[in-house]
Design a protein around this ligand. Sequence first.
Ligand SMILES: Nc1ncnc2c1ncn2[C@@H]1O[C@H](COP(=O)(O)OP(=O)(O)OP(=O)(O)O)[C@@H](O)[C@H]1O
Ligand SMILES: [Mg+2]
Length: 499
Amino acid sequence: MKHITKIYGNGVLANDDMNLELAESEILAVVGENGAGKSTLMKILYGLEHPTAGEIYIRGEKQVFKNPQDAMKSGIGMVQQNFMLLPPFTVAENIVYGNEPRKSRFLFDRKKAKAEVDELSERYGLGIDSNLVVEDCPVGLQQRCEILKVLYQNADIIIFDEPSAVLTPQEVDSLLDTLRNLAKAGKSIILITHKLNEVMAVSDRCIVMRGGKHIATVKTSETSTKELSAMMVGREIVDAKIPQATPGKTVLEVNDLVKTGEAGKPILKGCSLHVNEGEIVGIAGVSGNGQTELLHTIVGLMQADSGNIVLDGKEIGGLDVRSIRETGCAYVPEDRNTMGCALKATLSETMLMAHQYEEMFNHKGILKHKTAAERFTALLEQYDVKYSTLSQLSGELSGGNLQKLIVAREMSHHAKLLIVSEPTRGVDIGAMEFIHNQILKQRAEGGAILLVSSDLTELLKLSDRIYVMYDGFINGELKRAEAKPENVGILMMGGSADD
Ligand SMILES: Nc1ncnc2c1ncn2[C@@H]1O[C@H](COP(=O)(O)OP(=O)(O)OP(=O)(O)O)[C@@H](O)[C@H]1O
Ligand SMILES: [Mg+2]
């Protein structure tokens, strides 16, 4: 990619004279702060966006990609972060969809499809059962299905935009193995990630971007995470020392929650926990062990079959979401795109969501737009969110900036109970430090915080106490001093603290 410049319709300069070279069998990492222009550059390579200036050459030949189909014809594939799979179809059906092998013009050759997919899966060591129905697959398998789909389309340049953000630590390990296998088999890989240990583990070279510009290209073997992070944010990141917590009275008490799902499948098998003022309580667990359902029950998105939930002395079990929020609960959901905001809403609307009826923003049913705008502008500046105007669409923000906006909205209301799920998913290391400090600040002011994170480092750093969830129940509780990756890991796998 030569001299690529991209100016979006709203005047944002997202790429500024970017150059990028990728060799055969190479794994190239692309890193940079939120809004640096990484996704934009890759969308241009994949034909999803058009450059304002600059050129793309594949094996020396100039290419113009009108759309992803053009890019695919040149052997470029992209593993999207929001998977594009058809949930009720099998893995094999999903992979051949659009390029089905046929027995005759109107007859799908199911057997051949399966054989081809199995061969591919075998060849690249992906180990996926092509008969599985996609909606029953955990996220890690769905991602492998996306990778196979790209391979089936004969891609030899494969772009991954933050592939590990949605994976468990175990799934990340196998993803990194897959990337190595692909490179060994001659594929060229571009990997966008905020996790510098992944960069160090798999990449051959690394490109650092800032403000749409190329800052540096380094050989991975000749750099360190420290140097990379300094180049990304232009300063060094130091791990802050965390002061001791001084917990006060109980804010949230959850007793014996039981929930049975469809077809009698137990989801919550009697969960009890409490969170005190001035305390950060973490919930650890491999995703899919009931954490999401537990949080959804507390915030009122789901109803338990039995058990009770007391917030600030008031029984909230069975109340609607609004009443629970008004009792004093804020919530950063794990999925920013579907639950944290509406991508087609403006930034103002997203910031206002769930607070539109509060006196601060509402006078007898009329929204106080001016007050809201002033407050939002200040808040977005405080959280260092990169945006153009409050009237732009939420979906136009870079992933990390949208995450910061949602965290800002929820934290700014200083609710008695703050529930945060994956608060730093997709944010850069500088922003992660900032969000951690905000959470600690709220603790210091007496806030009760319930934190769910699949990032064990984050969880162990912030939590004063940790509950470990396994298979729908709480398999153990550890104080800060006792919580080490090893014993949390054992509890996460269903073992006991004495193992
Ligand atoms: N469709 C769009 N319309 C207008 N502006 C956009 C659009 N997509 C991205 N931008 C802007 O372009 C800039 C670069 O965004 P991009 O998504 O490329 O960043 P990124 O490096 O991928 O960040 P992150 O790490 O947060 O994912 C940002 O300022 C963003 O707001
Ligand atoms: Mg991005």
